[in-house]
Write a protein that binds this ligand. Structure first.
Ligand SMILES: Cc1cc2nc3c(=O)[nH]c(=O)nc-3n(C[C@H](O)[C@H](O)[C@H](O)COP(=O)(O)OP(=O)(O)OC[C@H]3O[C@@H](n4cnc5c(N)ncnc54)[C@H](O)[C@@H]3O)c2cc1C
Length: 410
């Protein structure tokens, strides 16, 4: 069994697919090490184990909408696309989605997965509470009034326990349109960063970093708001595009300003197609928004060093939150994302980016490719030590750890 990108071959000694919470509790009680896995879209070994892997896709599929609480309680292994469809049918929506709807609820939340939007927190910020089987096999609902367990546990990197259900905040369903503006030079983008990134509900800037090639601005705007006809000199595309050069736009959601429901506009890709290129690696680095312009300028200076493995790059904004292992803990950020070819040169390019962004105290996306030493990661996440203490209290025998998290906790 491999991950989505095919670069990681999982080492499970046993792979189990329990059908009930009590079965999960038995597995957790009787095995020294257990790891839940979602849809295996992470690009590193964060979902790998040499022991028992748990797939929760055989658990009952629950989507329970509670109008009074304005929330939906969903099974952990459901995909965002499945939940979104049901919510929309019933007049409800989530605040945001990632670039793809194919990922599991619990897996995406565990790594701080995000979309774009200057006022939109990552997907974990919708979590009202979650149901989890803890290391001693007990079952617990964790909510904000639980304090540290909630703020440390929501983005839990799979270490808090086996998450079986998540309760997410919902809002009335809404519609958006999407327009792509062509020919946005990076200097113009940098100089007008805030205005451009605030020009819609969710905005991305797409670039290859090459000097001679201008980028594009992808604006997802709310129905009833008027997207600019010309955005700092850039005009709207007249045909549908893919974010990556030389790729068919077929897998992408509608553009050209056509209005449609939130779940068919906020992700770039449609559920029924392979997202992105399908054969790639990804990395992403987060920097506080106040330093966006300087960080982007610094990256431009290494454009040639990263050009061979690079397929494309996307810049997004993410609002701050209070989760300890969130890269956006109390920090309004930009995310600088890279789609890479699966070639050895990618790792050199990642190192060059990390060196360039170190003065900006970057945080890496922990579900993607990074090469930083564990000592860097623990210093870059301000609440890392609190997280480590919390995990050692609730899982003293490290039942849910794996090689990645063990190395981070050294
Ligand atoms: C094509 C593509 C596009 C992407 N786009 C984005 C994007 O727009 N934004 C972004 O931020 N990321 C993006 N990602 C990264 C992706 O969102 C993360 O890697 C996410 O974690 C994937 O969710 P998953 O269900 O596959 O989790 P997995 O990779 O299966 O697992 C991730 C972590 O979650 C834990 N976990 C999973 N299920 C449970 C559970 N039930 N209980 C406890 N822990 C659990 C695992 O143990 C592991 O630690 C993209 C990835 C791909 C392949």
């Amino acid at each position: 069994m491999k991950n989505w990108a095919g670069n990681i071959k999982f080492q499970d000694s046993k792979t189990l697919a329990p059908k009930s919470i009590s079965e999960i509790q038995d597995i957790v009680r009787t095995n020294p090490k257990v790891k839940a896995r979602g849809t295996a879209h992470s690009f590193n070994t964060i979902a790998d184990t040499k022991y028992v892997a748990l797939l929760l896709d055989q658990m009952p599929k629950e989507i329970i909408i509670n109008k009074e609480r304005k929330s939906v309680t969903v099974s952990a292994a459901l995909k965002y696309g499945e939940v979104a469809e049901e919510l929309h049918k019933n007049g409800w929506a989530l605040h945001n989605l990632a670039s793809l709807p194919h990922i599991s609820i619990a897996g995406a939340i565990a790594t701080g997965t995000h979309g774009s939007g200057s006022n939109n927190g990552n997907l974990a910020t919708a979590v009202k509470s979650f149901d989890v089987v803890l290391a001693d096999g007990s079952f617990r609902n964790i909510k904000s009034s639980d304090g540290d367990l909630y703020y440390g546990g929501v983005i839990g990197l799979g270490l808090v326990g086996i998450v079986v259900r998540v309760e997410l905040n919902i809002q009335s369903t809404f519609n958006l349109g999407q327009s792509v503006y062509l020919g946005m030079q990076r200097a113009k983008f940098r100089d007008n960063f805030d205005e451009i990134m605030n020009s819609g509900y969710s905005v991305s800037y797409v670039t290859t970093w090459q000097q001679e090639i201008a980028g594009e601005v992808w604006v997802k705007f709310l129905e009833g708001t008027t997207p600019p006809e010309v955005l700092f000199g850039s005009h709207g595309a007249t045909e549908k595009l893919h974010l990556l050069k030389n790729h068919s736009p077929e897998p992408c959601n509608d553009q050209l300003g056509i209005i449609g429901p939130w779940h068919l506009r906020l992700p770039h890709f449609k559920m029924e197609f392979t997202p992105s290129s399908g054969t790639e690696l990804q990395s992403e680095f987060f920097v506080n928004r106040a330093q966006a312009s300087s960080a982007l300028l610094a990256l431009e200076s290494i454009a040639d060093q990263i050009s061979i493995p690079l397929m494309g790059s996307e810049i997004r904004t993410i609002a701050s939150d209070n989760f300890w292992m969130s890269p956006h803990y109390k920090s309004n950020d930009i995310g600088i994302h890279f789609t890479w070819k699966q070639i050895p040169e990618t790792f050199e390019a990642v190192k060059a980016i990390e060196t360039t962004l170190k003065p900006f105290q970057y945080r890496p996306h922990l579900g993607k490719i990074y090469t930083a030493a564990p000592s860097y990661i623990s210093s870059a996440f301000p609440k890392f030590k609190n997280f480590q203490e919390l995990i050692s209290q609730i899982d003293p025998n490290n039942k849910f750890g794996n090689e990645v998290t063990d190395s981070l906790f050294q």
